[in-house]
Unconditional design. Sequence first.
Length: 587
Amino acid sequence: MLVLRNNLNSCILYSIFGILILYLIWFLLAGKLKFGKNKIKHFGMASISIIIVFLVFDRIFERITTYSLPTIIKQFVAKPSLKYLKGIYFNYFSVIPRDEKLKLIALAAGIITIVSFFYILFSKIKWDKVLDAARRRYSSIRNTAMCSIVFLSLLNICVIIDGRINLPHGPNVILISVDTLRVDHLGCYGYSKNTTPNIDRFSKESVLFENCIVQAPSTLPSHASMFTSLLPSHHGALYATRDPIPQQITTLTEFLKNKNYKTISYNGGAQVSASFGFGQGFDKYHSLPDSDDTLFKTTIKDAIEWLERHNGDNFFLFLHTYQTHHPYTPPKRYLRQFEASYAGSLTDEISIKTITDINSGKIKITGEDLRHIINCYDAEIKSMDEAFLLLQNYLKKQDIYDNTLIIFTSDHGEEFNEHGWVGWHSHTLYDELIKAPLIIRFPHANYAGKIINQQVRSIDILPTVLHILDIQKTSLFSFDGIDLMPIIQGKQRDEKLYAISQLDNLLKPLPVAIRTEHWKLYNSRLFDLENDPSEQKNVAQNNKKIKDTLTDILNYLLKENPYDIKNKKTRLDKETLDKLKSLGYIK
């Protein structure tokens, strides 16, 4: 029933088209448009059999390949080519496991059986007599039209009933990702400055995860892992190679779309633009066009306008902002909350060029300059926090706050000279880049105030949401993440959650780190996180057994997902290229 409603709508359109074609053929052959009772019966049986075959085949096809037949048909009709059909086979059927291929063969055999049955049935009809009778008659097409109206009306009734049955029964879902937000710069995570008073209050109504590790320190692969519950080397979406999320992988959005959620997103574009596959499953996917609109307040206001127009619909809303991403250009009223004055040589707007020159050594900075840069970053966080309050207030005003699952997180952090770089990310796998906030507010504030110390990963978000909404996993690919509900509910888990993070670059294999709550192995260096949380001292020499064990586990987990995904490189439009340039990804 996951896609039945959409398929019934497709069937109506195909049925109308099919009836018109049959009428045209009948007119050309017989010259008139009238059926007798027997012909109507056979026509009805044929139509119903076509619909049943279509529904069954499309359901299995989409279940196996996560790609619907209507989409394939529309694309093929728009641009017919054997190369396209060949691409469908190699891109989708080539990744189906052997047991699923056997199911598909069995399905094909069943369809052939059904078609053969109706062929035998129709072969017994004496069509020459039917045509002769049609030529001799000159009555109106009223009976035929009435049969068609009744037939289509019954289909519409089925759609209405199916829609009522399959309306989303779970809560609304809002996923908020604040790009480049360091976890240790939020008050609820122990930051001394008052950067996030509204998020701090929100965290007291929620479950707060103190130790969440993202799977990449850059935007595209980290968000792709969040939406697919796969490691970067398993989903293959990388900015360095311009590879998007593959269409055959089912995303969080598609799971919710298949449950008839309205799916919308207002986001910063660039590395989360639809060009990189993030638009899969969304009814509306709107990326803000340029860096002037990176204020989270703009994103929130756009989302509220959409919610106003769709009041009463169950929805999945993905909100993303680059407000805390470099360049740091905070409004002065926020900056003054963190520094009364600054006597250094830098301006109040820290540009990409300034950051690049600092990291290349062209600009030498003092401790005061570094504090000024951090203050500008914190001011951006404070501005984002006020925008977050706008969303909260709207949800409460509309009385949907307590019927909404809200997930607040980030894709990665930012370095401020912990390992030699300032205002930068994507270049290392140290904790300042791969630790992120994760705060989940359940409907009616269930589990409010609960703090989880155990290490979790951003790949765990998708399985957890599916559990909360009681959605069965139907993806071809095994999740790398797990459902966090047993941890939230206080049930003991036997397995350790190893966190794997990978860099987004052209090296093969991708540079990787594996982390436990106590140890971290990165670039053959081992760090004791309990005694050296800033990761400055390599202790691999004295802990060879631990290093070897983590290496074995890492190799096993990276090979655990065996599917070979062949990504298609994306072509970026001018709008996306301009946004990437404004964020420093393109020179």
